[in-house]
Design a protein around this ligand. Structure first.
Ligand SMILES: [Fe+2]
Ligand SMILES: [Fe+2]
Length: 405
């Protein structure tokens, strides 16, 4: 059964197309408002294929945009998501979509095509607008109080009568996909701008994150493939979070963003290896296991991680390897990349909240040494509370950094 068979008996329908990169509450409120105001049976959400006006824009993979739309629509039985535009080869034109729908829907079905004010102001440049309005009515959604004179002039220019148009005010939701993408890329919250499951999808798949350049992206892709097998899903999400947070910190502090990205990706590459196997691998790679490490084999993952990065992931850069090697304990007088990964590990977005996290994060973007001092103190206090031994490297790191408190 095609995804559109459900429309065979539909008598009143609206279409909302868009890149949906990502879909957000602005789109959903629009769809719901039109559905109720015009007493429709269904709203068809159609993620676009390659729209002619977005040829030069980098848009996310079709499947991601489709799945996000499906997730966003899943709790509303009146919303249907269609693959018709993303599965159609070549350029996407509204007129073709409408022709397809006209073939599927009953003859008397009333079809409404929802469009925003910006697009409506360019109607005369659409492909065959006259043909479009023969097949459907336009619903032009605007914010309350919007001056419609410009749109009416444009409609006249395109030869579209006002009887083919419905104007509708939609509550002013100042949400845009561009803004959401920008927020993700700089680590700001997107909560309450879109459905929580879409937000989870974005974070899980690392959409909209900053990618340094093609060469690094290729290298990262190879690393990510291996990491997906080596790490639990939660750890993998954390790992990407650390990589991206490291890049943001590197940008602010003038450090090498590419190295920060790779070091962040690999910092926990040995973390999910069972402790017994960790111990064996340490012997193989000559990592010395002292008293504290013997008691807390989990700590081995930083030293072993650096060895695996070198031997399994082909990393030769000393700064990257050191950033991995000391990311948990820290050490006195760390290099800038070491401090960055150490801190990013502390507060990347998927980390659970803990007391002091936001303060350390804010500090890290201003003063790395101060932030390191606070997080070392935080870690030592925490471990002492839990009656855990403190590794000598952690102790000496704190001795060195406490002057910044
Ligand atoms: Fe770690
Ligand atoms: Fe970590």
């Amino acid at each position: 059964m095609s995804d559109l068979d459900i429309l065979k008996n539909c008598k009143r329908l609206a279409i909302l197309g868009g890149t949906f990169d990502p879909i957000h509450y602005g789109h959903l409120v629009t769809a719901e408002t039109v559905l109720k105001e015009l007493d429709l049976e269904k709203v068809l959400l159609i993620p676009s294929g390659r729209p002619p006006h977005k040829q030069n824009v980098n848009i996310s993979d079709n499947e991601h945009r489709y799945l996000m739309t499906v997730i966003a629509a899943e709790d509303n039985p009146d919303f249907i998501v269609s693959r018709m535009e993303i599965d159609r080869p070549g350029m996407t034109y509204t007129v073709d979509t409408l022709k397809t729908l006209r073939r599927i829907c009953p003859k008397r079905c009333e079809i409404y095509f929802i469009t925003g004010a910006d697009a409506a102001l360019q109607i005369s440049t659409w492909r065959t607008p006259g043909e479009i309005v023969k097949m459907c009515k336009l619903v032009i959604v605007t914010r309350p109080g919007y001056d419609k004179n410009g749109i009416e002039a444009e409609l006249e220019k395109a030869g579209i009568g006002l009887d083919r148009v419905v104007f509708m005010d939609v509550p002013a939701l100042d949400i845009s996909s561009t803004d959401i993408r920008n927020r993700v890329s700089i680590g700001r919250s997107i909560r309450y701008l879109l459905p929580p499951n879409v937000e989870k999808y974005i974070l899980k798949h690392g959409l909209y994150v900053y990618m340094p350049d093609k060469k690094t992206a290729k290298k990262a892709e190879m690393i990510i493939k291996k990491l997906q097998k080596a790490l639990s899903q939660r750890r993998f999400i954390h790992t990407r979070g650390v990589a991206e947070e490291s890049v943001r910190l590197a940008r602010v502090h003038g450090a090498d963003e590419k190295k920060a990205y790779i070091a962040g990706l690999l910092h926990d590459c040995a973390k999910d290896i069972p402790n017994k196997e960790k111990t064996e691998l340490c012997k193989k790679y000559g990592v010395e296991i002292d008293k504290v490490l013997a008691e807390q084999p989990d700590l081995l993952h930083q030293f072993l991680g650096a060895e695996l990065a070198k031997n399994l992931y082909g990393i030769a850069d000393k700064e990257i390897l050191d950033a991995i090697r000391y990311h948990t304990t820290g050490r006195p007088d760390m290099g800038v990349l070491e401090k960055i990964v150490y801190l990013a590990d502390f507060f990347e977005p998927s980390r659970r909240f803990y007391e002091g996290r936001d303060e350390i994060k804010a500090l890290a973007y201003k003063d790395l040494d101060k932030a390191v001092a606070f997080s070392l103190k935080h870690t030592i206090d925490y471990n002492e509370n839990k009656k855990r031994l403190i590794h000598p490297l952690g102790k000496s790191a704190f001795e060195f950094y406490k002057k910044y408190l």
